[in-house]
Design a protein around this ligand. Structure first.
Ligand code: ATP
Length: 358
């Protein structure tokens, strides 16, 4: 459909990653396929340990040394002047990634701004650093650009702020500075790893709005990794739901929130506090994720799935196509499967959300 015409920024194909641990080999990413288009926002969601951070680390070339890429490719498309360049990021060494991609073509914003900032350097110098390192920008030009970046991220009195050290700023301001640093080299992809978790609620929405605003002004593509579905609803165009190292459902934000098909996604949505901010949750998924040290027979979610069919314990489901943008990996979508609907309480909640949205 329309996706074919859009420009792909990132295309992950058949990615599989294993870590060597003292207990044995753990296959933490198990055949992942995912695309991101220019100017769009993709949210990767899933419980702790599902593989969100490892995926992002593979994109950035910062996997820990006990990690091994078993298969796959991560094709990244970016521009140098008028030229369009496509490269498989997995072909680069860590050193090449630092020199050519990280902080230059792809930038990251982490959860806690204090861990990304250097306490001994002024924020001005920290924003200028990347431009000087990657592009040999003159100090004067880098200074001017740093001031305009501080303006872009909503910091008033930017010239004065350039001379501040991180400890002189509030948490929300620090995260704005981290975003300014991330944008300094005009990257084409920004990856935000739980960017607002460490901030209080009102500042959280301001930072999310800021990232949206920057995206509208610059056309940058954004990946969020988060387990907060409230954040996803606010920012994402597309959502990929991860479970035990696999994407088990992906679709537009409306498809995932209003027409979810995978019982795990039903569980995630039911475990979300009510959108009216009552702390009501409908249901919490029982049990815990599988231990990936052992080979998984069938569907990794089957033991926790009250809708599991016999085949779920024997054979892994493929990704079934629901629409051109919506896919889910559950045998319930097979044409011969019994008709199973999402839990009635969830249907009611979704119908209510739909009514509110109109
Ligand atoms: N260096 C490592 N060595 C061994 N196992 C690792 C390593 N890094 C990550 N893992 C394992 O890989 C799996 C995926 O971890 P990952 O950090 O990507 O999860 P996540 O979805 O980002 O979780 P969270 O939301 O808690 O950050 C987990 O089982 C984790 O224990």
């Amino acid at each position: 459909m329309e996706n074919n015409k859009k420009e792909k920024v990132l295309s992950i194909k058949d990615l599989s990653i294993t870590f060597k641990t003292s207990a044995g080999e753990v296959n933490v990413i198990r055949g992942m396929n995912l695309s991101l288009y220019k100017g769009e926002t993709l949210a990767i969601v899933g419980e702790s340990g599902s593989g969100k951070s490892v995926t992002v680390k593979a994109i950035m070339g910062i996997l820990s040394n006990n990690g091994r890429i078993d298969s796959g490719s991560i094709e990244f498309t970016y521009h140098r002047g008028k030229d369009e360049i496509k490269e498989d990021l997995l072909k680069f060494s860590k050193k090449e990634m630092r020199k050519r991609i990280n902080g230059k073509r792809i930038s990251m914003v982490f959860q806690d701004p204090m861990t990304s900032l250097n306490p001994t350097m002024t924020i001005g110098a920290q924003i200028m650093e990347g431009m000087i390192y990657h592009y040999n920008t003159s100090k004067k030009e880098a200074y001017q650009k740093a001031v305009s970046l501080l303006e872009l991220v909503g910091i008033t009195n930017p010239e004065k702020r350039m001379k501040n050290y991180p400890h002189q700023l509030s948490g929300g301001m620090r995260q704005r500075v981290v975003i300014a640093i991330a944008l300094a080299c005009d990257p084409e992809l920004l990856i935000c790893d739980e960017p607002t978790t460490a901030l209080d609620v009102t500042i959280q929405s301001k930072i999310l709005e800021l990232i949206k605003d920057v995206q509208e002004k610059t056309g940058i593509s954004v990946i969020y990794i988060t387990h907060d579905l409230g954040v996803v609803a606010k920012v994402a165009d597309y959502v990929a739901v991860m479970y035990a190292g696999k994407i088990i459902e992906k679709g537009t934000v409306d498809e995932i929130f209003y027409e979810p098909k995978h019982p795990y996604t039903w569980g995630l949505l039911s475990a979300m506090p009510d959108l009216n901010c009552n702390d009501d949750k409908l249901y919490t998924i029982p049990g815990s994720p599988p231990n990936l040290l052992h080979r998984i027979e069938g569907d990794s979610f089957a033991p926790r799935n009250i809708y599991a069919l016999n085949i779920d314990f024997r054979k892994e489901p493929p990704m079934f196509r629901i629409t051109d943008t919506h896919y889910a990996s559950t045998w319930l979508l097979h044409e011969n499967a019994p008709k199973v609907e999402m839990p009635a309480e969830l249907r009611q909640r979704i119908d209510y959300m739909l009514k509110e949205a109109r």
